[in-house]
Design a protein around this ligand. Structure first.
Ligand SMILES: *Cc1c(COP(=O)(O)O)cnc(C)c1O
Length: 494
């Protein structure tokens, strides 16, 4: 399978797409076509373990990597999870299921891909014959940073540097990153919000000047953000696995269509579901859930993507995003893979902060996607209602998805299609906000929050979060967003 860029230009191998992250013209790499998975193959996958299923999906995209090697890497990656099943499905109600993707080392769904990405990258470098040191640059709204740090810490031949918005992440997220261990890691806070952070990092990626200076230092840049296909591919796998689990537990018949509701920020998670559908997985609709930063809700209703709006800090910080990078991949598909048009729209977004798709394109998008959002109050109510009715506790991001799913149920009372709600973080990652939602108690301290949330829910507390209390803070630097490359150089030369 070859990869092409959403903005045209060269064709590259999967290995190159992963090592490079972003194409030279700023476009995102997409597979030349979508490999089909037949029902016979789905049947065969019923018997497989999660790592085997994941390896099967990944190897369809990544030739040059062998399925056995990928499988061993997936087994090693998912053995770091706290549940024997890395992506368990929990039945909430008749026809409603939670797909829990937060059982990894850093308690957010980013672990599903970022525990595997280091292998994909290292192997990719071998395949491409790359000898330089790799520098992974990450812009994070909170969860990617920690998951990437944990995935790449002490990896040979790689350094990793994470930038996060100084005031834009939760206390727990910040503590997780700033106490990171490992000799090849660096974490810097950036003055500004996530979009500022992401744009500044993207600029380093697309600057020839920066590339040249880094090359002089024998360093090559790579990305662990969800613009990297190596992030998307392992995410496609859990949609397949969830479907297979529903079949093998007799909740659905093989071939029956189901829906997913996905809490969305950068559009990476939900795009992986769309790719699974393109590969033949029987998915009917995808419900895109946002928080108060509801630019995607508006886009899915009007076809206009318009950044001229206020940016809100919410209790679901990983969704506080106005530039959803991966939407470019959907726009590309919907335009009939028109790279010129996609490039033009992305240029418009950059210069005018706005672009629009045609009525026909919007109609095509709406055949699969619809969007909704929850404001802060609605998110709290959704979390509370489910906790009272079923005893199930979810995090704030999943709370937004719950509100959107419930809205769908209320508007479509006769719809019998099974719904899977994707649960993206452990409630203990946002303990004060979740505690407030389920009990009304307001505490100032995160660890008190954890203690009380445990008392109220009896859910097991992840050790990695409890241990944070006693860890040394290693990173305190705050940088101006115009000066990020100076920070990078300093780290490279260290
Ligand atoms: C990253 C993240 C999201 C958003 O996922 P995207 O792939 O960026 O759409 C949602 N919830 C949590 C907890 C996250 O960490």
């Amino acid at each position: 399978m070859k990869f092409i860029s959403t903005r045209g230009g060269e064709k590259v191998s999967g290995a190159k797409a992963i090592v490079q992250g972003l194409s030279a013209n700023g476009g995102l790499y997409v597979p030349e076509s979508f490999p089909a998975v037949s029902f016979a193959e789905l049947d065969e996958m019923l018997e497989m373990s999660y790592p085997e299923r994941a390896a099967r999906i990944l190897s369809k995209y990544l030739d040059g990597y062998d399925e056995k090697g990928i499988c061993a890497a997936c087994e090693a990656a998912y053995s770091k999870f706290d549940d024997t099943d890395p992506a368990p499905l929990v039945k909430l109600d008749d026809g409603v299921y939670m797909l829990e993707l937060f059982h990894g080392p850093t308690c957010a769904f980013k672990d599903m891909a970022l525990t595997v990405l280091p292998y994909l990258l290292r192997k990719g470098c071998d395949i491409c014959g790359i000898k330089e040191e790799i520098l992974v640059l990450v812009a994070t709204s909170g969860d990617t940073g920690k998951a990437a740090l944990e995935g790449f810490k002490d990896a040979d031949g790689v350094k990793i540097m994470v930038f996060y918005p100084n005031e834009g992440v939760s206390k727990m997220q910040k503590l997780q990153m700033c106490t990171q261990e490992g000799k090849n890691v660096n974490v810097v806070a950036v003055k500004g919000n996530f979009d500022d952070c992401q744009s500044a990092v993207k600029e380093i990626f697309s600057s020839e000047e920066c590339a040249k200076i880094l090359a002089e230092n024998n360093v090559l840049l790579s990305s662990a953000n969800s613009i990297n296909f190596g992030r998307l591919a392992p995410q496609i796998a859990y949609y397949f696995s969830a479907y297979l689990d529903l079949v093998s537990s007799s909740q659905i018949e093989m071939g029956e269509e189901i829906d997913f509701t996905v809490p969305t920020g950068n559009f990476g998670n939900i795009l992986a579901a769309y790719y699974a559908k393109k590969m033949g997985l029987p998915i009917r609709r995808l419900h895109c859930a946002s928080n108060r930063n509801n630019i995607l809700t508006d886009f899915l209703q009007t076809g206009v993507y318009d950044m001229h709006r206020e940016f809100y800090k919410t209790t679901s910080p990983s969704m506080d995003i106005l530039i959803s990078s991966n939407l470019e991949r959907l726009i590309f598909e919907i335009s009939g893979r028109d790279s010129k048009l996609t490039a033009k729209r992305m240029a418009q977004l950059k210069s005018e902060g706005k672009y629009e798709v045609t009525a026909d394109e919007l109609k095509k998008i709406n055949e699969t996607f619809d969007g909704g959002y929850a404001n802060e109050e609605e998110c709290v109510e959704a979390m509370y209602d489910v906790f009272i009715d079923t005893g199930y506790t979810m995090d704030t991001h999943t709370g937004c998805a719950m509100k959107v799913a419930v809205d769908w149920f209320e508007k479509n009372k006769k719809d019998e299609t099974k719904m899977v709600i994707v649960s993206t973080a452990s409630p203990y990652k946002f303990p004060q906000d979740v505690l407030y939602a389920v009990t009304g108690n307001d505490v100032k301290d995160s660890f008190k929050g954890i203690k009380r949330l445990h008392a109220a829910t009896a859910m097991a507390v992840p050790k990695s979060l409890l241990n944070l209390r006693d860890k040394e803070v290693r990173f305190t630097r705050v940088a101006d967003r115009k000066k990020l490359f100076d920070e990078v150089l300093e780290f490279v030369k260290k």
